[in-house]
Write a protein that binds this ligand. Structure first.
Ligand code: 13P
Length: 301
């Protein structure tokens, strides 16, 4: 199928199914080009909650599609490739959250959205990289437990008055961004600004002009006077940054591919809409508790 055929087929199927395509900023170019809406985890959850379409085709990874389903329980949420997971989300189970909480006197649990619905169901409130500081500040306790990303937890701890106790999870893609690589890139591009995602290690965050979510990076790239930017996150975002800022130069940090974010393709989107595959389902008792944690987040920020 040519690109034009795929675009036409997707448009026809979207109309027939009353579907909308939501895609994360890390998706491959052909998927970004088919999306009705591109965003970071927070943008996408807000959009999923607000849509009037019957069907959401979610192009991202599993926890993101689950969050869309939590917020739009009466809609059909489809994942074109259900194997697109998140190794960070797999670093903690619901039972481990219960144990972590018990070990720390029942302190409230702030859960990064990169988790399963079962883990969210054990949590007091969710957050994303875009609102972690505000969410931790909003919790009515001096000490909070933060799961599962230890780098985002550390960043949040440094930017709030609270004591943040971290679970030891991390994103294998972001921890590959090293201070040495960034020093080299800055030597090669001395006028470039450096922006980085808070899942990267502390010594890398300390080198940045801006530490922010992928949505924050889209805004930074648009508003900055810098003409060159080193982008410290999964490399898929750079396609969007280049499209939206054709006069600026963006540098990809080497070895920043998340294989799960590359699993969804245009052909799989066509198949998904044709056969209504693969629907996301969440057990009702888990969904009810997990939804509360996500909705609390959206009420705060
Ligand atoms: P954002 O919410 O910043 O897009 O982060 C997505 C993510 O999963 C990073 O690993």
């Amino acid at each position: 199928m040519s690109n034009e055929e795929i675009t036409e087929r997707v448009a026809r199927l979207k109309h027939e199914r009353d579907a909308i395509i939501l895609a994360h900023n890390y998706q491959i170019p052909e998927v970004q080009d088919l999306a009705d809406f591109l965003g970071d985890s927070l943008d996408l959850s807000r959009r999923a909650a607000a849509t009037e379409a019957d069907v959401i085709v979610f192009c991202g990874v599993h926890f993101m599609a689950q969050t869309a389903k939590l917020l739009s329980p009466d809609k059909t949420v489809l994942m074109p490739d259900p194997e697109a997971g998140c190794p960070l989300a797999d670093t903690i189970t619901a039972e481990q959250v219960r144990e972590f909480k018990a070990e720390h006197g029942g302190a409230p649990v702030v859960t990064y959205v990169n988790t399963t619905a079962e883990v969210k169901a054990e949590s007091d409130i969710c957050c994303t990289s875009a609102n972690a500081v505000d969410i931790v500040e909003s919790v009515d306790a001096e000490t909070v437990l933060f799961v599962p990303d230890s780098n985002l937890a550390d960043w949040t701890d440094r930017h709030t008055e609270k004591t943040v106790i971290a679970w030891g999870g991390y994103c294998p893609t972001h921890v590959r961004i090293s201070a040495e690589t960034i020093r080299d890139m800055r030597r090669q591009h001395p006028d470039a600004a450096f922006i980085v995602h808070p899942e990267a290690p502390r010594e890398v965050l300390d080198m940045a002009d801006e530490v922010t979510s992928t949505g924050g990076m889209v805004t930074f790239a648009r508003e900055t006077d810098a003409q060159e930017i080193i982008v410290g996150t999964e490399e898929g975002l750079v396609y969007r940054l280049r499209n939206e800022n054709p006069d600026k130069t963006f540098y990809i940090v080497p070895h920043t591919i998340c294989p799960d974010m590359k699993k969804t393709t245009a052909a799989k989107i066509v198949a998904s809409l044709e056969s209504m595959q693969y629907p996301v389902e969440i057990a009702p008792d888990v969904a009810e508790r997990a939804r509360r944690a996500v909705e609390r987040m959206l009420e705060v920020s």
